[in-house]
Design a binder for this molecule. Structure first.
Ligand code: LRY
Length: 231
């Protein structure tokens, strides 16, 4: 079955760890992947060849593969054909890359990149976008699916919080295949995303980041140890 067909209507769990956090090891990423599968996820989103390979060894679920490359501010997602080659070799079913104007300012280069990823044998290509214009550009370049992954993360959208459900609704109405990804913290938002026309929904932090989850509960306690990133 096509990877996109396999994830239609279901939950994809992003199994990633911030660099240096205790979960940042292929063994733990594989355990998160398998846990997501046991919980009913229809797909996974995983960063880096070693992590993808480790997950592929324990599950046959489709994997949206990315390779994050450190950059100033936020990381670049799969910026080069070499990065795509690594994750295809590791067993990714879908290659996702950053199609923001921030990191892909030239439309011609974006189109070339899509063709280069396709030439590697990647059957399915996902463009991570933050705006309607970026989605239209990526769709015209020939991607199979666009994801709202970068909504709230790019300079153009930094003022926005929460999932990009209105953005997704606009893209779906324009006839694109859309994955809603990013800032989803409640099952009701997953439902809203599907009501907006989403093909599938990706949830990461709210399921697979124990540090972030602990902080949420700790923030409700009267006694707190000082922890980085918490007021
Ligand atoms: C912007 C960026 O680099 N997003 C990354 C993409 O793979 C991940 O860090 C996110 O965890 C993922 O998109 C899921 O989002 P959330 O963790 O909010 O559910």
């Amino acid at each position: 079955m096509r990877a996109l067909d396999a994830i239609r209507g279901g939950l994809v769990v992003s199994c990633q760890a911030n660099p240096g956090e205790p979960m940042d090891h292929p063994v733990h990423i594989a355990a998160l992947a398998r846990s997501a599968e046991l919980g009913g996820a229809v797909g996974l989103r995983i960063d880096g060849g070693d992590n993808i390979r480790a997950a592929r060894a324990v599950t046959e679920l489709p994997i949206i593969g990315i390779k994050k490359v450190t950059a100033e501010g936020r990381p670049k997602i799969t910026p080069s054909p070499g990065d795509s080659a690594e994750i295809v070799r590791a067993g990714a079913s879908i290659v996702a890359f950053d199609a923001s104007v921030q990191y892909q300012p030239e439309s011609a280069r974006l189109t070339d990149l899509v063709q280069e990823i396709r030439a590697l044998g990647a059957a399915t290509i996902m463009a991570d976008i933050s705006t309607v214009a970026e989605a239209e550009r990526a769709w015209a370049a020939g991607v199979d699916v666009v994801g709202t992954t970068l909504w709230g993360h790019t300079p153009d959208t930094a003022a926005h919080d929460g999932p990009g459900i209105d953005l997704a609704a606009t893209l779906c109405a324009a006839g694109m295949t859309v994955i809603v990804e990013g800032h989803i913290s409640r099952p009701s938002q997953v439902r809203e995303a599907f009501e907006a026309g989403a093909w599938s929904v990706v949830v990461g932090t709210a399921i697979t980041n124990p540090v972030a989850l602990t902080k949420q509960f700790v923030s409700a306690c009267p006694a707190r140890r000082p922890v980085e990133g918490m007021a």
